[in-house]
Design a protein around this ligand. Structure first.
Ligand code: ADP
Length: 482
């Protein structure tokens, strides 16, 4: 059995703002069959502290970035958790990253440096009964653990960094550096220094033994100036330790046969039952009943997700006979755009703003297609849920969306391998073309559509293969150490 300490700022189902939480929450059980014991270290946000009962302190400090802190070990939802109980940093309501005004907490650098520093302490063996061979850090919030581990006293622990989204880098002014507790030598080109400031993610990229990202295509894209977001030079230099492993989905949580959020459960043989869920979507989104397809969106409303591009296609979608149900939250301008569209197309476009896990399931279980027009998409999860629920993914051909969907072009349709519709470039004309293709197929060749649904539902979306790849990566690194 190999011990892995996973470190992240969110974990499903306790705290989630995006796909990161899904991945961190699903990996431990996916890895259990591979001889890997994974504990997950997360900040002790109120939502986590109240959900986990009977937690035991396993480490304490009187001074962690300005206050006392404890590491508590506990279990919840099958997860073996280590919670960093540091009230001065984490005992705040709401979103893990943002204050009530919607802006980043001003001390985010301190909060996540603390998480990273304590992860390194555990990596060095502070918990006798759990000495990890690998510290697996996720995104910038945990990335600095690599710097804490590699710049201090020599340790056997190896570090894997997974990039879920290169857009979030944790870049801060140089003034924070003296407070991080790193040696002065770490403030260098081959350390955490980044254009005169401090970058947590860059530190992680620099000091980790292996870097993964969440799809092979995204691994290629981030090594280019166009997709590298200022880190491509370093990523090219580290290309030999960078790999892409696609995410899977938790098929216990996402299972159309047993999903309590659906009015009707179904499998590939009972696709007709989806109609009941579709009626419920019409009710919930105030859509006129009709025969045309319902397209859905389940997304952060952000530039990355191409929501403005979709905005430019709504009139076309409606006039081609489609309907649209949008579930999302995020930028006010984009929320406004969809509200205006729903006022303009009453009965054809419905919008629910906010975050609603249950409604996300219903949309996958009753809509005909899910639109994912992302400008960039490291892996994406909603297209997997779509595949698994018979909700045809209509996606931009970027990142993980390129790797996980087979476009319904003539060749793929006649070979019987298509699972969705892809478009490129990521602009309104191409998206409109994809929407028209979807409506055309749905209206004129329902048999081909149904076959595509069934193929998607049968395609491998669970963690099986990817968990094996993570396990092999851990074991390879640990063996290199012996
Ligand atoms: P990202 O992590 O970039 O936001 P992903 O596609 O990887 O994108 O993961 C998004 C996750 O968040 C999915 O599980 C999706 O169902 C969920 N999600 C996004 N927006 C909402 C929302 N408004 N309500 C419910 N679930 C949402």
């Amino acid at each position: 059995m190999i011990n892995i300490l996973a470190v992240a700022s969110e974990v499903f189902p306790l705290v989630k703002t995006g796909g990161l939480a899904d991945v961190v929450g699903a990996l431990p059980s996916a890895l259990a069959g591979h001889g890997v014991k994974m504990r997950v270290m997360v900040p002790g946000y109120p939502a986590i502290m109240t959900a986990v009962k009977n937690a035991e302190p396993v480490w304490t400090s009187k001074h962690l970035f300005g206050g006392a802190a404890r590491l508590l070990a506990g279990r919840s939802h099958g997860l073996d958790l280590l919670m960093l109980d540091a009230p001065h940093l984490f005992d705040r309501p709401g979103n893990p990253y943002l204050g009530p005004d919607g802006a980043d907490w001003p001390d985010n650098w301190k909060r996540f440096a603390a998480l990273s520093q304590v992860a390194a302490v555990v990596g060095r063996g502070a918990i006798e009964s759990f000495v990890p061979a690998i510290v697996h850090v996720h995104d910038w919030q945990a990335a600095l653990a690599a710097a804490y581990l590699k710049t201090g006293e020599k340790t056997d622990a190896r570090v894997v960094l997974t990039i879920h989204n290169l857009a979030f880098q944790g870049n801060f002014p140089v003034t924070i550096f003296p407070e991080l507790g790193l040696p002065q030598s770490a403030f260098a080109l081959d350390g955490v220094e980044y254009y005169g400031g401090v970058s947590f993610l860059k530190g992680g990229l620099q000091y980790s033994d292996a870097i993964t990202t969440v799809s092979p295509t995204y691994a290629d894209e981030i090594c280019t100036p166009a997709g590298g977001m200022g880190m491509d030079g370093l990523l090219r230099a580290r290309r030999s330790v960078l790999s892409g492993i696609v995410n899977g989905i938790d098929t216990d949580v996402w299972n159309p046969g047993e999903d309590d959020n659906l009015l009707a459960n179904y499998d590939t043989a009972g696709l007709a039952s989806r109609a009941k869920n579709k009626r419920e979507i019409e009710n919930r989104f105030a859509l006129r009943s009709g025969t045309g397809p319902i397209f859905c969106v389940v997304s952060r409303l952000a530039w990355q997700k191409g929501m403005d591009i979709l905005g430019a296609c709504i009139d076309g979608l409606v006039s081609a006979g489609g309907r649209l149900a949008v579930l999302g939250s995020g930028e006010a301008a984009l929320e406004g755009l969809f509200r205006a569209a729903s006022a303009r197309h009453r009965g054809s476009v419905g919008v629910v703003t906010g975050y609603d896990e249950s409604l996300a399931h219903l949309l996958q279980g009753g809509s005909d297609a899910i639109l994912v027009p992302s400008r960039f998409e490291p892996c994406g999860l909603t297209q997997f849920y779509g595949l698994h629920y018979g909700c045809i993914p209509v996606v931009a051909r970027v990142g993980g969306l390129a790797d996980t969907i087979i476009d319904a072009n003539d060749a793929a349709l006649s070979a019987g391998v298509a699972t969705g519709i892809q478009f490129f470039p990521v602009e309104a004309g191409a998206l409109m073309g994809a929407i028209n293709r979807a409506i055309g197929l749905y209206t004129n060749d329902i048999k081909a559509w149904r076959n595509m649904q069934k193929r998607g539902m049968k395609s491998a979306v669970s963690w099986g293969k990817s968990a094996a790849r993570y396990a092999a990566l851990y074991k390879g690194l640990a063996a290199g150490n012996e």
